[in-house]
Design a protein around this ligand. Structure first.
Ligand code: FE
Ligand code: FE
Ligand code: ZN
Length: 278
């Protein structure tokens, strides 16, 4: 089972890797720049190369880089779209130093435009950035559908895929809190939700799962994460996600509201619960 957490990268990539090892992650997620966006530091080749070497030598692979939250490549404002695409391009340049991993981003918010227009912008941006020789895979995250968020339904993500020139270089990251808040009942009908995903997007597109509990009921469109077993999805249902035959070989990343040590405890609890059920 590939299970890890979003780890803080504030002390540098190598220190972060060591933190992840300490809490027994065999996959992880992190920001490669300030999560609120803005200018990235200059490329530190030696740090990136050393980080890549550590990953290759460890069980902790593949890993996920999360794009800054402020990125909105479908904004009606041209400068916001442009700035988002620049950040994505730079992040992917850094990821070329540790090939074979995932770059996850939020499709964005339409803010006032028709969803169709926003989806055109997302696809245009990706078509501009993604190259056939790229060794990283870009992932669209399923969203809760809060406000004008794109990606609150599987159909919307599929519409973005239909507009891509290189759809084989793009996948989907399923966030359990987001799909639950978006109205997909993974507690009572996980099979049904996954079959629907397969019908609309194709299960082969699913590359990573964000494993989060949710503070709110199914369909609330809120996007407030809860600790594992502390929300309305619950420990049992999250364990069924982890062990589902369609999902069990994917990397699972916790984004629950706690620190690295707290994530370590949740990872331990999930592993023990699943082991006890076997
Ligand atoms: Fe996210
Ligand atoms: Fe997420
Ligand atoms: Zn979220």
């Amino acid at each position: 089972m590939k299970l890890g957490a979003h780890v803080s990268s504030s002390g540098g990539l190598v220190a972060m890797f060591e933190k992840a090892q300490k809490i027994n992650c065999n996959t992880m997620q992190f920001f490669i720049r300030n999560p609120r966006g803005g200018k990235a530091k200059a490329i530190d080749e030696s740090e990136l190369t050393e980080f890549g070497r550590r990953l290759c030598e460890s069980e902790c692979f593949p890993v996920v880089v999360h794009a800054p939250y402020t990125m909105n490549i479908c904004s009606p404002k041209e400068n916001v779209r442009f700035f988002g695409l620049e950040m994505m391009r730079e992040d992917l340049q850094r990821m070329a130093y540790f090939p074979g991993n995932f770059y996850n981003f939020h499709p964005g918010c339409a803010v006032g435009q028709p969803a169709e227009q926003a989806m055109d912008f997302i696809a245009d941006g990706l078509n501009d950035i993604i190259r056939p020789e790229m060794q990283s895979m870009v992932l669209l995250e399923t969203m809760a559908g809060k406000g004008s968020e794109i990606g609150g339904t599987f159909e919307q993500l599929a519409e973005v895929f239909h507009r891509l020139k290189l759809p084989e270089k793009v996948g989907v990251c399923l966030d359990t809190c987001h799909v639950w808040d978006g109205g997909y009942d993974i507690v009572r009908d996980l099979d049904g939700v996954l079959h629907l995903f397969d019908k609309v997007l194709g299960l082969e597109k699913l590359k990573v799962v964000h494993l989060n509990d949710s503070l709110n009921p199914c369909g609330s469109k809120k996007d407030r994460h809860a600790g594992i077993g502390k929300g309305q999805i619950g420990l049992k249902a999250l364990c069924r996600v982890l062990t589902h035959p369609f999902l069990k070989d994917l990397p699972f990343v916790l984004e629950t509201p706690t620190d690295d040590a707290g994530h370590g405890k949740e990872i331990k609890m999930l592993r023990e619960t699943i082991f006890a059920e076997k």
